[in-house]
Design a protein around this ligand. Sequence first.
Ligand SMILES: NC(=O)c1ccc[n+]([C@@H]2O[C@H](COP(=O)([O-])OP(=O)(O)OC[C@H]3O[C@@H](n4cnc5c(N)ncnc54)[C@H](O)[C@@H]3O)[C@@H](O)[C@H]2O)c1
Length: 450
Amino acid sequence: MSELPLAAQTAALPLAPQTTAATLQEKILQRRARVGVVGLGYVGLPLAVEFARAGFEVTGIDIRADKTQRVNLGDSYVGDVPSAILKPLVDAGKLRATPDFSAVRDLDTINICVPTPLRKTKDPDMSYIVSSCQEVAKYFHAGMLVILESTTYPGTTDELVLPMLAESGLQVGRDFFLCFSPERVDPGNPTYQTANIPKVVGGHTPACTEMGRLFYSQALQRVVPVSSTRVAEMVKLLENTYRMINIGLANEIALMCDRMGINVWEVIEAAATKPFGFMPFYPGPGLGGHCIPIDPFYLSWKTKQAGIEARFIELAGYINGQMPQFVVEKVQNALNQAGKPLMRSRVHVMGVAYKRDIDDLRESPALDVMLLLKRRGAVLSYTDPFVPSLKLEGLELNSQPQDAAASADCVVIVTDHSAFDYQQLVARAILIVDSRNALKAFQSDKIVRL
Ligand SMILES: NC(=O)c1ccc[n+]([C@@H]2O[C@H](COP(=O)([O-])OP(=O)(O)OC[C@H]3O[C@@H](n4cnc5c(N)ncnc54)[C@H](O)[C@@H]3O)[C@@H](O)[C@H]2O)c1
């Protein structure tokens, strides 16, 4: 444009670049923008609901027709989204869901919230991002804002997503806008949810960042713009790597304390009284969920290509990976001391979800603990009010009422759900291995702590 004569530049102004941006900005500000969310899981459904609550018309797209049907009935399958909130939005026509990507034709914005797991080789699995973007690209049109929210390695938005959208011939930053915004939801957290967790957003160009900022500001309390998609992608990986490594440190301290006969929980609690320079992290039976055990490997995979070994990540991954084994050894030793071999002993697991008060079993350390126990001949049962049944190497188990713990040779607390009656557990169980310090308030010879 700068090569045009001045008169032509001035004459071109009302029609050209800014027009697309101005039109979309106006639609966003007036809440007339038609919002799309691709992937209606733990991240996508709460986001869709927030924008519908803010007055936008929202379309959720998910390949799972069972999920889109339930959304259209106002029947939530995500713990943080009560049906009592979802249903009125659906009834008012503010939120609908479909498995059909042709809906993209009528949308102004799209947030992509599809899974980003690891392959068995610990390499990033980009297949969900690629397949959803390929579908979006079929119906992509000028004037759209596309934001990737799936956790991924730095460079994904620019190197993988942009080329698929640019095949349309449209120019990013002028004809359409592209951002990355890391998702930070913490399922089951009653204090911080989608609306009040600050939202970082970085665009491919400054115009993209500004569009992303404007968009999120309509529905979320605080938006933090950053200079690029890569910075935004790296923010998420720093946050989760920070957690993973500090949990690794807490686990290593727990292993040391165990050898030295020191109560690690008491140590951490006392250290946490320091009002500056210390933040407590806690040991446990191992990492779980699809974020903390996985995301740091997105970073180490990418940095390897840049010739840098992510040594902290590898080390913390190794220590965290030892914890299920450590818990099983605690069970075995406790049973030995009671004169019972682990082989054929009945071991009852309290809590199998990967963290307290949620129903998510993905990467749960309970599965590792149970598998190790099973392979050593233990007879397993479990209680988890959030997980009615599970499969484990050909074994199918159903959650038992908590009373079942009383007849086990040993109980192991893997996930400390708040619904458990710990008083009753301590009163009735024969032997308890507590990997979460859930029994902090109890003193008893039958309790073995991590
Ligand atoms: N759940 C969390 O606590 C959390 C927190 C922060 C970041 N994240 C990240 O957010 C992303 C989404 O995670 P999630 O927990 O919501 O996953 P999820 O599995 O709960 O939901 C993903 C949804 O995407 C759908 N989907 C898969 N492929 C699709 C496709 N090609 N087109 C349309 N829909 C498709 C699935 O059917 C599913 O409903 C991941 O990158 C994850 O790492 C998750």
